[in-house]
Design a protein around this ligand. Structure first.
Ligand code: NAP
Length: 309
């Protein structure tokens, strides 16, 4: 009988704890908290569809447990793991190698294990690119993007990805504006190339409470919410409906509700809005592709997600 959540104590005795498990438990997501994670439903559907003899489970790992938990993976026969809050940045210095893209983003969300070596990747940014393409039928590189929560982990990954894609313009917004300003300095070199000019700068950083946001939204195509505002349905929207405009595409990375507070505000303003299910789906599909070097059955994974992506 599978447990909903395993712990480091289980991982220390993996052979005994999982002796009866068929197929063997060889993939996991590490996080704290982790009980809410929807990755097992999505990835186990993909493994079954592809006839891969492995099961994906949740592992509750505290921050101080991460080094030992990572060391135990290879002897326990793991193929790979995903990392979520609070491990994405901490893992950077604990792996044998980290690919260039994850280094630029400054976070790892996927670890592949081969020949005793742990290799780190980041599929959050590329997952977002695929999600925007599939939900809105557009490419980030053609868009003027505003990222809310650019100073957080997901917001940073998304902002750096937008810069790498060469988006037309990027407005970094964060409650603690110093974090957005520091990120803007870091990614400035991406915005020096030849692009169509206009009345506004290609790269800006602003506080979330700025009176300038209304003007900035007139020069934006896509708003991405990467703040945690909206995880609770009683939260206020990070932007009020009164400053949102009908031409905007609004992507909320939060996937705990079909219509988050920001998406309800987008509805009120006549803008198109989509929640974060498709980002979850595509970052998971990309992780599967890293582990198995084959295309992921995206539609099977989508159908397996509660509420569907
Ligand atoms: P994080 O590192 O803790 O960052 C949280 C961000 O939210 C920071 O920018 C923070 O601003 C801001 N924030 C928090 N409370 C706020 C408030 N009351 N008012 C204004 N801003 C506030 O968290 P994270 O890992 O980046 O996750 C952020 C969100 O992304 C979560 O909702 C998560 O569900 C979502 N996410 C979705 C996916 C997906 O696949 N769909 C993947 C990853 C993350 P300060 O810097 O000022 O504190």
């Amino acid at each position: 009988m599978l447990k909903d959540v395993y712990t480091l104590a289980d991982l220390r005795n993996w052979t005994q704890v999982t002796a009866d498990a068929t197929p063997p438990l060889r993939l996991a997501v590490f996080g704290d908290p982790i009980a809410h994670s929807k990755s097992p439903q999505m990835l186990n559907a993909a493994l079954e569809k592809c006839g891969i003899e492995a099961c994906y489970i949740r592992l509750q790992i505290m921050p101080e447990e991460l080094p030992e938990a990572l060391r135990l993976l290879s002897p326990a026969g793991f193929i790979g793991v995903n990392l979520t809050i609070p491990h994405k940045q901490a893992a950077l210095s604990l792996l044998d190698e980290v690919d260039g893209h994850a280094q630029k983003i400054g976070a790892v969300n996927t670890v592949a294990i081969g020949e005793g070596k742990l290799s780190g990747y980041n599929t959050d940014g590329p997952g977002l690119v695929r999600a925007i393409r599939s939900e809105f039928g557009v490419d980030i590189r053609d868009l003027r993007v505003m990222v809310l929560g650019a100073g957080g982990g997901a917001g940073r990954a998304i902002s750096v990805q937008c810069a790498i894609e060469g988006c037309e313009r990027l407005v970094l917004v964060n409650r603690t504006v110093e974090k957005a300003q520091a990120l803007a300095r870091e990614i400035e070199p991406y915005f020096k190339g030849p692009h169509l000019g206009g009345p506004v700068a290609r790269l800006e950083s602003l506080p979330l409470e700025s009176a300038q946001l209304k003007f900035q939204l007139q020069n934006t195509d896509l708003v991405i919410n990467a703040t945690s505002m909206g995880m609770k349905l009683s939260d206020p929207s990070p932007l009020p409906a009164s400053i949102l405009l009908p031409h905007l595409m609004v992507f909320d990375t939060i996937y705990t509700a079909a219509r988050t507070p920001l998406l309800r505000a987008a509805d009120e303003a006549g803008a198109r809005g989509v929640n974060g299910f498709s980002m979850l789906l595509h970052q998971g599909a990309l992780a599967f592709e890293i582990w198995f070097n084959r295309e992921a059955p995206v539609e099977v994974m989508r159908a397996a997600l509660p509420g569907n992506a």
